[in-house]
Design a protein around this ligand. Structure first.
Ligand SMILES: Cc1cc2nc3c(=O)[nH]c(=O)nc-3n(C[C@H](O)[C@H](O)[C@H](O)COP(=O)(O)OP(=O)(O)OC[C@H]3O[C@@H](n4cnc5c(N)ncnc54)[C@H](O)[C@@H]3O)c2cc1C
Length: 449
């Protein structure tokens, strides 16, 4: 620890997720033969599919989960482990043609009310399945990047408290040090009903629970074709074929050509994280005194927290929306971290990793059915609780209990002309957003001065 000139890299620097030191996706797990016939075949082995498979298997359906690579290789073991009680629906419902203000308000309410069930499901599964994943209902602090953002957060706070059990309150800038050892933000919002967990341990526990419930887990089985047949589907993989009555796609930021309609709607975005070396215990304790997860209102946002043992900072963001080499992204994230916590300037980075999440064109999570394929995807970076819940809700729908299970189900899932799954525009959008962030922040600082 301590200052070491400009070299931010620890000698043990690794490009694997920090989380994988506790639970690592390994070949051999779930390497089963393909069943010849199942009720439901689930494509992708992340949290969305596992939650759906668990619910289906517990209800007596026969299911197989087909994972293209090794189980746990996707975003579900790579994320920040922040779990929120709510969905950010601010942008998603603005400006929908033909919808009145009253209809928009009613839909917002329905999405907030239904979406707030996601955290409860996650807590239920952790408790019921006995998953040891360092879950703490720590709450979350989101800092306002500008004064204007603070005013928007006030509106969001009122909305959350009106429609959900978020238990949110505003924290003005003068009191910000109650939450973090930094004056970087213009105050912010505290949402008590939020938490944090160890994502890889949570994933490992859920994978084991899904297998215990009777789901067939089939690794190294990329789905390359889906053929409609009488009574269902023929699912094609290089390892053979399986017949299924129903199909579910939980492929999110890794959605590929097997489901072209979904690929046209999910925009894959790279998110990057670093872990610091172990910090001086007093310094570590002082940074985030209440141990909450931290985020911010910036367009190109950062999110951060302490590691479950409280010894390191885990800092994430989208310094670039696409893949960049590990050392470049580590340098960018380190600089952003030091901007927020200058006291970490001499601290070295031990891990840098990335993963893909998925955005939708309306900035909202989606579940439903397209071309006969059930899906749950696009949580815009907050999928740990929400995509699991949408997976479980999709399972309930497939089980036939209800044609529409919640306010997210079956909403229009927009695409844009000429987009077929290659997000060539992301570097441009990233650069534009960074410019807007810089401009707004400079204006906010001028006002303060
Ligand atoms: C760096 C990072 C930080 C994040 N931080 C947070 C956070 O703090 N809080 C939060 O709530 N969310 C966070 N997220 C988002 C969250 O991790 C995701 O929303 C969630 O894990 C997505 O789960 P999933 O099951 O939909 O997809 P994934 O876990 O990505 O799984 C999709 C799987 O589908 C497989 N697949 C794709 N195509 C096929 C095919 N044809 N056949 C078979 N398999 C296929 C892939 O191999 C992959 O394993 C973060 C994401 C990243 C990348």
């Amino acid at each position: 620890m301590g200052s070491r000139g400009t070299d931010i890299f620890h000698p043990s620097f690794s490009t694997e997720p920090y989380w994988w030191e506790a639970w690592k996706p390994l070949p051999g797990r779930g390497h089963r033969d393909l069943p010849s016939r199942v009720d439901v075949a689930l494509i992708g082995g992340g949290l969305a599919s596992l939650n759906a498979a668990l619910e289906l298997a517990r209800s007596g359906a026969s299911v197989c989960v087909l994972e293209a690579s090794v189980f746990g290789v996707g975003a579900s073991t790579r994320n920040g482990g922040a779990v929120s009680s709510s969905v950010n629906i601010g942008k998603g419902l603005g400006g929908v043609k033909g919808r009145s203000a009253a209809e928009t308000a009613a839909e917002k309410k329905a999405l907030l009310v239904d979406g707030s069930q996601a955290l409860g499901l996650l807590e239920t599964i952790i408790a019921r399945e006995g998953i040891d994943c360092d879950y703490v209902p720590s709450g979350r602090f989101t800092g306002a990047f500008t004064r204007k953002d603070y005013a928007s957060l006030e509106k969001q706070c009122a909305l959350l408290n009106e429609h959900t059990d978020a238990n949110a309150h505003m924290l003005p800038r003068e009191r910000q040090r109650e939450e973090m050892a930094s004056d970087f933000y213009f105050g912010g919002i505290v949402v008590e009903r939020s938490g944090k967990l160890h994502p890889a341990k949570y994933y490992g526990g859920l994978l084991a629970a899904t297998e215990r419930a009777g789901a067939a887990l089939v690794a190294e089985a990329p789905v390359t074709g889906l053929v409609r047949e009488a009574g269902g589907w023929r699912v094609v993989t290089p390892r053979g074929e399986v017949r299924a009555e129903k199909i579910f796609a939980g492929t999110n930021g890794y959605t590929g050509p097997a489901t072209p309609s979904l690929r046209r709607r999910a925009v894959p975005v790279a998110s990057h994280m670093i872990a610091t070396e172990e910090l001086d215990p007093d310094l570590a304790k002082s940074l985030i005194p209440k141990g909450r997860t931290l985020g911010e209102t910036k367009r190109v946002l950062c999110y951060y927290r302490l590691s479950p043992d409280g010894k390191r900072v885990l800092f994430g963001g989208r310094p670039r929306f696409t893949q960049v080499d590990a050392r470049t992204s580590a340098r960018l994230l380190h600089a952003l971290m030091v901007q927020r916590f200058p006291q970490l300037s001499g601290v070295r980075v031990t891990h840098n990793w990335m993963g893909n999440l998925a955005f939708s064109f309306d900035h909202l999570p989606h579940m439903g059915e397209i071309d006969g394929i059930h899906y749950a995807m696009c949580c815009n970076g907050s999928g740990v609780a929400m995509l699991g819940w949408l997976g479980q809700q999709s399972a309930r729908k497939m089980l036939g209990g209800s044609n529409r299970v919640n306010a997210f189900d079956g909403r229009p899932f927009p695409t844009v002309p000429l987009y077929a799954g290659n997000p060539w525009f992301l570097p441009l959008i990233g650069a534009w957003y960074r410019h807007l962030d810089k401009r707004d922040r400079a204006a906010a600082e001028r006002e303060t001065a």
